[in-house]
Design a protein around this ligand. Sequence first.
Ligand SMILES: [Zn+2]
Length: 200
Amino acid sequence: MRSRRPNAGLVDEEQEYLQTPEPVPVPERFWSFETDGPFERCLVCHRSFRDEPVPYLIEKAYERDEVVLELAVCAICQTEMMREFSEASLKLMQHFIGEHVDVEAQMRQFSEQFAGDVEPWVSKCLIRRSPVDPKAGYRVAARCVGEVLDTRFPPNAISVAALEDMMKILSPQTKGFLNDFTEKYFGVPTGNDVPTILPV
Ligand SMILES: [Zn+2]
């Protein structure tokens, strides 16, 4: 019976949208600058990304085209970290992102247009929608699973100017947590290179 088919009744375009895309190996842009290869372990819990199919977030901060900070954190640790954010900060950040980004449209656009090259997606600021300025700095983020890009989450870039706007709305508690985090793992005080640890 036709009605028993999954997705029966969807128009062709929607059917296509729901199809599982071809796996895309983690792009070199999201390899570790330090090892010149894909990230292999979670920065926090050291879980192996190869042995366990847990999604992970990669963030790299650039200044004058140089990588100044990079990290890969598994989804479990990311959730734990976000628990340290104050409720007020989380709400404000969600509001801030919602004001500037149509997340669903972004995901749909990515699934329709992505052809294997992440550069078009990381050369424009997600928040300001203008090209990122390498001199001023920016950070890129992507979500991966095992050895492939998680294409349900479009890779993105956020300019330093937009990051500064985002940092302004955070509570002292959340800023304190991010400061401690960067100090613990990178031995540097928080600047604009702070990881955002957000699934955007
Ligand atoms: Zn972890």
